[in-house]
Unconditional design. Structure first.
Length: 440
């Protein structure tokens, strides 16, 4: 069975096709799959407002999606996902984790699907790709350390595993560890008073692959141990490759000295894939999964998906499964039909009226020039909801709201979008208004 994290990534791939892009970015993008046990799937939201919104607005859609993916009836719970808390809970289970630094375990850890040959190269990841190939052909010479950063699902782990396969083929000794496994093993070593042995395990490796470094930047002792290993390997000309979710300079808890060590070699970012790369990825994945999908459908899908690569995969699987269910061939028409569910227009005028009623104002006041605080806020909420709920263009909204400029609307929309997840009162108001707009 896939992990909760993977199931959720797939679910996000499906959900992004069923909600508006703005709703996806505001409410779903930062969520994560926490656990899946005894039919209960726990979704983590970055804060209480987002969790509440998901419960109120997307509960049944999420439930349906997870039920389809897992093939069993799923109950969904939402919790506020506190990174620190999660990290300490994974520390608590440290002793159950396999030490896993024997050569066999290392080789087994490389996912057979993550190779250089099935990694699609585009402008978004060209440098990272070229640099990783170089490190395994010429370890310790060209770029050392190599530091790769990107947001989640953009291929960092894939590249590290690809290095692993190639290194084994080249007869090199290679060690892959995620920062989380590293932490678990380190804690175990402390308990058993075997820290020296633990550090010694890395001594003979030619390539040291360290995945998701962000996990340890707040863990002082683990970080210290990591840098001792790093320095020793570096001084012996061993190749070090690190991935993380940010550039070292944006990892605040690290000291300047650590940061500068990380910057000694090459730092390469991976950007979200552009349209052309998305298309290439989708068509390779369709081939890998032996799905019969026409070029036309792949083009359409590449245009309509914008999530990370794991989610692209999810979207593809979702559509093929849905088409099968209704016994239809996956044509562009069927794709469009399957994708239209929740994004139907409600009408900007209805939104304007509902916002006006909620604040006891008239729609003329919202369209007019008065700038008192209450009216200005109501006006900006109307801008926000017209975009989110109705997907109106900024120009359309400007026209509807008394010929306001495009820039004014963008400003108003952005202001509400940033405040909504941190300001409880505003959040509640918007929830109440959007419930009036969508009574079901
Ligand atoms: P990250 O480690 O950055 O979170 P992963 O390496 O786990 O991301 O990638 C997520 C999924 O997307 C994997 O299934 C991986 O094979 C796929 N993937 C990512 N980038 C590419 C790419 N350029 N070509 C093909 N598949 C990719
Ligand atoms: Mg990864």
């Amino acid at each position: 069975m896939d992990s909760a994290k993977e199931i959720w990534e797939r679910a996000l791939g499906e959900l992004q096709l069923q909600v508006s892009r703005a709703n996806y970015t505001t409410w779903l993008e930062k969520s994560c799959g926490i656990s899946f046990q005894k039919g209960i799937f726990v979704v983590g939201a970055p804060n209480a407002f987002v969790a509440e919104w998901l419960i109120k607005r997307l509960h049944s859609l999420i439930r349906k999606t997870l039920t389809q993916i897992t093939g069993t009836n799923v109950d969904v719970q939402f919790i506020v996902h506190d990174k620190e808390q999660l990290q300490s809970s994974s520390l608590a289970s440290a002793s159950q984790t396999d030490g896993g630094t024997s050569t066999k375990a290392r080789i087994d850890r490389f996912n057979p699907r993550y190779t250089f040959s099935n990694f699609i190269v585009g402008d978004c990841n060209r440098l990272a790709y070229a640099a990783t190939v170089e490190t395994v052909e010429n370890p310790g010479h060209t770029y050392n350390p190599l530091f790769i950063y990107s947001s989640t699902g953009q291929g960092k782990t894939h590249l590290l595993h690809a290095i692993g396969h190639r290194a084994v083929d080249n007869g090199l000794c290679v060690t892959y560890t995620s920062a989380e496994q590293f932490t678990n093993e380190f804690i175990k070593a402390i308990k058993q008073k075997q820290v020296e042995d633990f550090r010694g395990k890395f001594k003979n490796t030619h390539l040291f692959l360290f995945d998701d470094m962000q996990f340890i930047i707040n863990k002082k002792q683990t970080l210290q141990c990591f840098f001792q290993i790093f320095s020793e390997l570096y001084n012996n000309n061993r190749q070090i490759i690190i991935t993380a979710d940010h550039h070292p300079k944006d990892m605040a808890p690290l000291s300047d000295k650590f940061k500068s060590h990380l910057e000694w070699g090459l730092i390469a970012s991976i950007q979200p894939p552009d349209l052309k790369t998305r298309l290439a990825i989708l068509s390779t994945k369709a081939q890998e999964m032996a799905l019969a999908v026409s070029d036309e459908v792949l083009q359409l899908l590449a245009k309509r998906t914008w999530g990370n690569i794991r989610q692209l995969e999810g979207a593809l699987i979702y559509l093929t499964a849905r088409a099968k269910l209704i016994r239809a061939e996956l044509t562009p028409q069927i794709v469009n039909m399957l994708l239209t569910s929740t994004t139907a227009k409600k009408g900007a005028n209805l939104i304007l009226q509902t916002v006006a009623d909620y604040f006891n104002l008239s729609t003329e006041e919202l369209r007019g020039d008065t700038r008192n605080r209450k009216i200005a806020l109501a006006r900006q909420i109307a801008m926000y909801l017209m975009k989110e709920e109705d997907n109106c263009s900024f120009t359309e909204i400007g026209k509807l709201l008394g010929n306001r400029s495009h820039a004014t609307i963008i400003y108003g929309h952005r202001k509400i979008a940033t405040q909504i997840t941190t300001n409880p009162k505003l959040h509640r108001q918007i929830l109440e208004i959007s419930e009036k707009i969508n009574p079901h």
